[in-house]
Ligand binder design. Structure first.
Ligand code: BGC
Length: 393
């Protein structure tokens, strides 16, 4: 099933790499500009990014999606857009300061806290809870946006102070609760501690621990917790010689790539990481497309464009430029005629019998998905297919 999984195949351009031709290069470039346009059009005046405008349950702003979208916009030179999102995040956290303080105090007093009491994964554009039932207790976004803010600070030399109040709350919150089981990136399996979640928390804590503007005692605490997260993940990975989807398990998940790219819990060349990526390629890559995990049934378990972007970004970082370019071309070929990227495509479905039930429930696959556009933009900038600034500012 996998393509690109055996060493001798790895640098062979996969189907769709004809993006190198002048016409193909023009299309790739146009799609990067279109991505900026779509992201800007779906950013509210509040700074929140809609996950997807045409998919009812995605008409909210997720911290996780938003972190990757803001990072892509920052790379593209869209400084005001990225900072408007960081300001929105900071307001979301600051508005919940008393609640965060109370949660941390209860945790320190040894009180049990119900999953329903934690902060949510997605908010309305105005920064309110949705009021609808959702798999709300997800931690990773509270680290991911700190990572994105720090990457933005380093890239553009911008200050973190305007966002510091919320960022410090976010860092204190994840430092207190990092080892609680919570829903994963895919909003599933709430009884486990997920490696990709821990990687995002690690990335966020390392970021905030490095800020001069952060109080010194807090910086030291955040660095200690980050080191503990890393030790916990590495100790568990040593069991298998690679990262598992969750601590104590052995399943693979494509989001594990983020442990290196971008969150740097492991270096991209670390043997635990290369073994993880190899497992992702062996189990989850099919004809150039990337599945989330082997048991996926959501919309039949298709191939996710944002994961093609994530794996391509990793490939680019380790110098597998041909593979990275092939992933970019694969994504571009799945754009609608109007230049919109869906969340997933129904190719090599893992559970074809489950597609119709999701279409009946929520309609066609979310299109455009801003996170798909963000990962396309990031990979195209990483590969120099397009150079910043992208789109008018
Ligand atoms: C995905 C999440 C994502 C959300 C909004 C869900 O289907 O599993 O990772 O945050 O959609 O895009």
């Amino acid at each position: 099933m996998p393509v690109g999984s055996r060493p001798e195949q790895r640098s062979r351009p996969e189907q769709g790499s004809q993006g190198a031709s002048p016409a193909g290069a023009g299309r790739l470039l146009a799609l990067a500009h279109r991505s900026v346009q779509i992201i800007r059009a779906n950013q509210a005046p509040s700074g929140a990014y809609l996950a997807s405008p045409n998919f009812p349950v995605y008409r909210y702003s997720w911290l996780r999606d938003g972190a990757f979208i803001a990072d892509a916009m920052s790379r593209a030179g869209q400084i005001a857009s990225a900072e408007a999102f960081f300001a929105w995040c900071s307001r979301v956290l600051s508005a919940r300061e008393a609640r965060i303080d109370a949660l941390i105090a209860r945790q320190q007093a040894g009180e049990a806290i119900d999953a329903a009491e934690f902060l949510h994964a997605r908010y309305t554009l105005d920064g309110e809870e949705s009021g609808e039932e959702w798999t709300d207790f997800q931690l990773d976004g509270y680290g991911a946006w700190l990572w994105a803010l720090d990457a933005h600070r380093r890239r553009h030399g911008r200050p973190v102070e305007p966002f510091l109040a919320g960022a410090v709350l976010s860092a204190r919150y994840i430092a207190a609760f990092w080892d609680h089981p919570s829903y994963d990136w895919w909003e599933e399996h709430p009884d486990h501690r997920h490696t990709s979640t821990l990687a995002a928390l690690y990335g966020g804590l390392v970021a905030a621990a490095g800020w001069d503007a952060c109080p010194a005692n807090l910086r030291a605490e955040l660095a200690d917790v980050a080191a503990e997260i890393r030790r916990t993940v590495v100790a568990d990975a040593e069991r298998l010689g690679r990262l598992p989807k969750w601590l104590g398990g052995d399943a693979v998940d494509a989001s594990l790539v983020a442990a290196a790219t971008p969150f740097r819990l492991l270096a991209p060349e670390d043997p635990l990481m290369t073994a993880t990526v190899r497992a992702v390629e062996d189990e989850l890559v099919d004809d150039g497309g990337v599945h989330r995990y082997a048991d996926d049934t959501y919309y039949g378990g298709g191939e996710w464009l944002l994961l093609g972007g994530l794996l391509g970004w990793y490939d680019a970082e380790v110098g597998r430029t041909d593979d990275a370019r092939a992933r970019l071309a694969w994504i571009a070929e799945r754009a609608t005629p109007d230049g919109e990227l869906p969340e997933q495509v129904p190719e090599h479905l893992l559970a074809p019998e489950r597609l119709a039930e999701w279409e009946r429930r929520w309609g066609p696959v979310a299109t455009p998905l801003l996170w798909s556009h963000a990962m396309y933009l990031t990979l195209s900038l990483e590969l120099g297919v397009v150079n910043a600034p992208v789109g008018s500012r």
